[in-house]
Each structure stands twice: as C-alpha cells, then as structure tokens.
Design a protein around this ligand. Sequence first.
Ligand SMILES: NC(=O)c1ccc[n+]([C@@H]2O[C@H](COP(=O)([O-])OP(=O)(O)OC[C@H]3O[C@@H](n4cnc5c(N)ncnc54)[C@H](OP(=O)(O)O)[C@@H]3O)[C@@H](O)[C@H]2O)c1
Length: 270
Amino acid sequence: MTATRRVTLITGASDGIGLEFARVFARHGHDLALTGRRADRLEALADEIAAAGRPRPLVLPCDLAPADAPGRLAEALTEADGAVEMLVNNAGFGLNGAFDALPREEQLAMVDLNVRALVALTHLFLPDVRAARGGVLNVASIAGFAPGPHMAVYYATKAFVLSFSQALHEELRPHGVRVTALCPGPVPTGFQSRAGIAESVAGSAAALSARATAEAGYAGFRDGRRVVTPGSVNKGLAMALACMPRRFLLPRLAARQASRRTDGLKSSHS
Ligand SMILES: NC(=O)c1ccc[n+]([C@@H]2O[C@H](COP(=O)([O-])OP(=O)(O)OC[C@H]3O[C@@H](n4cnc5c(N)ncnc54)[C@H](OP(=O)(O)O)[C@@H]3O)[C@@H](O)[C@H]2O)c1
C-alpha cells in the first residue's frame, strides 16, 4: 500500500518538551504522529492541533521500553498509512540516587527507553527518512557532556545519545539527512519528580521553559546544526562540563546530585 501521509513522529509527546515539540512542528506546517503511553493526553493534544486548523495528528500510544515496541510502533504507523519524514526521539527519563541503591530494573528500563528504543526507532525509520531527505532530532541533555555521579546511568545514556547523534550527523549529511542532538539544561517538567530531584529547577539561572527548549531545538534542527544547547548559561555550562579536569569536576557534581535527592529516595534507597 502506498503511504499517504509523510509525518514527523514525536516520542514522549504526551508531556513536557515533547508536547511542546508537537505544537512547534505543527505551527511550522508539519503533519504529525504522536506517541507516548498516555493515550488520553495524546488525543487531547491531537484535538488541540486540529482545532488550530492543522491536520489532526495520528495518535499511536505505545510503551517504548519493551524490546519489541519500536517494531510494533512502526507496524502501527504503516497500518495508518504513515511514513516518517522527521523523527523526534524525545521520550526519556532520569533517576537520581546512588547506583547501588536505585532498583536495577528501573535503571535498565531507563537504558531501554533512552538508548535502545532511540537506536531502534532511528534504524527502523531511516529508510523513509532518507527517501524524504528528512531528519532525526534526538533529545540528549547537557548531562551528556560529562559523567554524573548519583545519576550515573542517566548521564551515560545521554552521553550515548550525544555521541551517536554526532556520528550519524556526519554519516548522513552527504545524503541530505539532518541529524541534531538537542542538549537542554534544566527544564521544569515532570522529569524532576520522576527522577527523584527534590528542588524546583524553575528558579535556576540555567532553566528554560519546555516551550523555549522545543523552539530552540526546532530552529537548530531546521538549520542543520549538529548540537543545540539552548540558552547562553547552558552553553557556558556545557563547555565547562566538557573541558574541566575530571578530578575537579566529579566531586562537585557528586555533592550537588546527592543534595538534590528527594526524601523518598533518601529514605528508601540510602
Ligand atoms: N526536563 C529536563 O530538565 C531535561 C533536561 C535535559 C534533557 N531532558 C530530556 O528531555 C526529554 C523529555 O523529558 P521531559 O523533561 O519533557 O520529561 P517529561 O515531562 O517527564 O516527559 C517525558 C515523556 O516521555 C514519555 N515516556 C516516558 N516513559 C515512556 C515509555 N516507557 N514509553 C514511551 N514514552 C515514555 C512520557 O509519556 P508517557 O508518560 O505518556 O509515556 C512523556 O511524554 C527526555 O529525554 C529527557 O531526558 C529533560
């Protein structure tokens, strides 16, 4: 069957930065496919976009952590007559706490979502993306620039995403395919409570809204940039994280992350 809709597929579109990506891409005229686990939120977002006079996005609810999920999502998209032109790999979460105190299964689920699903989706949809001379926008993090004691697995997943995206940027550039890594600093979303981060990040000098983050990501992706770090404070931080000698940096990062743990994680895992 011939695919009739060329879409931008956005993972983690039910909340936070992914939801704002959906609004930004829709405003710029992209037809969308939205995924995440919470179908009701995806449907409400699709209604909102349709009410603004845009094509109603395809809604494809999916838990992306299981190994077979990306394949099932690709099948669902094909059944809906969709083909991916742009892929926004945004779904992800973090966990703050000592490596040996955090549950193993949760940390592995984080690797499955932040790394495995992202690689699988990119590989599955690349033929369509190449055919359309489209692109892949991967949400990494400023955490990708350095190791992160007390968030060791999360930082490592984002270092993977950053490295992987930069390599693909170079591989696919000659084929007219854009690949961008977005490296946000703190963004007040559901991320902090899921991660077990106690303090609000909203007042931090580095904090940017989910909307501003998505807009910066969209603009950098459109312009074919390899890495986008939104906000001047975050740009400086990223440079410091990448360049500072590890023996100075790591003890400071360790102390900071340990002090940010929620009471719940402190009492149940320390
Ligand atoms: N907020 C920050 O400070 C910050 C900073 C740097 C990078 N980031 C990155 O930005 C991305 C988006 O995070 P956010 O801040 O927008 O967090 P968020 O508000 O918690 O949103 C996370 C999104 O991921 C989806 N998701 C979570 N687990 C999933 C699963 N198993 N299968 C499918 N979808 C799943 C969630 O949807 P459902 O719950 O409906 O499944 C939700 O839409 C993440 O990759 C995060 O690492 C965030």
